[in-house]
Design a protein around this ligand. Structure first.
Ligand code: GLN
Length: 507
């Protein structure tokens, strides 16, 4: 494989600046790898080769003209297929949007383009970002590059797999209950859910509007910070966008110093139900932070126990309303339009054919929870629980600067293992969901391989709203200490995909 594809975005930025490599060459190197290996991984739903090469050559010309460029100009990126890009198909992993080409760019997309980032293509995901394994995609699952018979996490499994397979050094994910952090955890990559409102949702196809947040995915904490800087900041097109300066996450990622920081281990997010190797690697990392001079205490957040049921009322309720726009009249699929049927019949046939089982389950659940007579008992109660969870966070932050936990209770499970058991699937997000309910920032970074299965374990850092720099500071310091301990990045230990290809891997 070309050495170029294994490098971090920040290293590649240096090579581009010094003229050792051009953006076009870099883009081609990544496409070569994708062409050879994505048949096994299925990280991408669509490749925009022409658009990407045009952007790369534009950046090369601008550099040759001596124009001042952003640090990420010319760096390739994989975009989760729930974010719109003008003229490029956006499916949200659903049949109902098959063939739809958006007429505009999301704010994230236009900011990436303005920074000279090269968007390689759109990545696979669970349908409308509902899931934890990418098995709910209507276009077939994505395979984890660590072991092709396992899930790459979800819903953003295409983005995490693209990073771990060295198809792209950067990716964008979205996180409603954990879909950036859990895929990062199970693929040994870095994923950040910024503070709610920190990154614009304009052009992000809505699943649960009060929880959805797009964020950066990468292979290093610094790369995530560089991408964060490009996409974050106020946007008048999103009413929930925060109009305040973005914390200096890049400086924080480079600090590598946690002396005197107070770090809280959340008692409720660990212990029973968490895989032994996940607990072990987590505890070792906590000890490492202590060695680096942080003050570690245990904190209790008693209402986190109710986060999962509250989420599975709030998220489906908002989804049932958001997904009403897929009515066969405005976007994508239309079934039964043979002039003999009413608009309502066409709508029914289209939704029946276009939505998969998990999306239907959630629309039905949400519609029920919002219906008169049940609204107070279900949706209203869930909102009260949400307030209690926010208060738990507020009380914890009186004692500590950031909170930590394992990102996910287990390492990557086998494709198919939990597909028929929604509750087992929902439990994957037990440690990530409280963060979305409170709108805090959350990061997952790799903290070692579980001894029992040799698969990556994720370490979660949670920071108070609008203090995203704190999680980057802790993440940057921990990553450096872990690299020293393990002799380099965890991804150096990934079994080679080329050999999986030779052995036939898993279809
Ligand atoms: N796995 C969770 C769900 O299925 C979270 C999804 C997400 O963050 N988009 O809803």
């Amino acid at each position: 494989m070309s050495d170029l594809v294994t490098k971090s975005a920040s290293d590649l930025s240096g090579l581009l600046n010094s003229g050792e490599v051009s953006a076009v060459e870099l883009t081609q190197a990544h496409y070569e790898r994708i062409d050879a290996l994505d048949v096994k991984v299925h990280a991408f739903l669509h490749l925009d080769t022409e658009g990407a090469l045009a952007q790369a050559s534009k950046v090369d010309k601008a550099r040759a003209n001596g124009e001042k460029l952003s640090p990420l100009a010319g760096i390739p990126l994989a975009l989760k297929d729930v974010i719109v890009q003008e003229g490029v198909p956006t499916t949200c992993g659903s049949k109902i949007l098959e063939g739809w080409r958006p007429p505009y760019d999301a704010t994230i997309t236009s900011r990436l383009k303005a920074a000279g980032v090269v968007i390689l293509g759109k990545t696979n995901c669970d349908e409308f970002a509902m899931g934890s394994s990418t098995e709910n995609s209507a276009y077939g699952p994505t395979h984890n590059p660590w072991d092709l018979s396992r899930i790459p996490g979800g819903s953003g499994g295409g983005s995490s797999a693209a990073l771990a397979a060295f198809f792209s050094p950067l990716a964008i994910g979205t996180d409603t209950g954990g879909s950036i952090r859990q895929p990062a955890a199970v693929t040994g990559t870095v994923g950040v859910k910024p503070t709610y409102g920190g990154v614009s949702r304009y052009g992000l196809v809505a699943f649960s509007s009060s929880l959805d947040q797009a964020g950066p995915c990468a292979r290093t904490v610094l790369d995530a910070a560089l991408l964060h800087e490009v996409i974050a900041g106020h946007d008048p097109m999103d009413a929930t966008s925060i109009n305040a300066p973005v914390p200096d996450v890049v400086a924080a990622a480079k600090m590598r110093d946690v002396k005197g920081m107070r770090i809280g281990v959340v008692k409720e997010l660990g212990g029973e139900g968490y895989q032994a190797g996940v607990r072990q690697r987590f505890e070792e990392s906590v000890a490492l932070l202590e060695e680096l001079g942080a003050e570690v205490v245990e904190v209790s957040c008693p209402h986190f126990e109710y986060a999962l049921p509250a989420y599975y009322l709030i998220a489906p309720s908002e989804a049932s309303s958001n997904l009403a726009r897929f009515d066969a009249m405005r976007f994508g699929l239309r079934v039964g339009d043979d002039k003999g049927l009413s608009a309502e019949e066409v709508m029914n046939l289209t939704r029946d054919a276009g939505f998969g089982p998990e999306v239907k389950r959630r629309i039905i659940l949400g519609t029920y929870a919002l219906s008169s007579g049940y609204y107070d008992a279900y949706y209203g109660s869930a909102q009260k629980v949400r307030t209690l969870i926010m208060r738990d966070f507020a009380a914890a932050y009186e004692k500590v600067d950031v909170l930590v936990s394992p990102t996910s209770p287990t390492t990557a499970f086998k494709i198919g293992e939990k597909a028929n058991d929604p509750i087992a699937m929902y439990l994957n997000d037990i440690a990530t969901i409280p963060v979305n309910l409170a709108g805090n920032g959350g990061m997952s970074l790799p903290c070692g391989l579980a001894p029992e299965d040799g698969l990556p374990v994720g370490f979660q850092i949670i920071s108070p709203a609008m203090k995203d720099d704190l999680m980057y500071r802790v993440g940057g310091a921990l990553e450096a200490a872990l690299n020293e301990k393990w002799g380099g990045s965890m991804l150096n230990q990934i079994p080679s995909l080329e050999s999986a290809l030779i052995q036939g891997g898993v279809a």
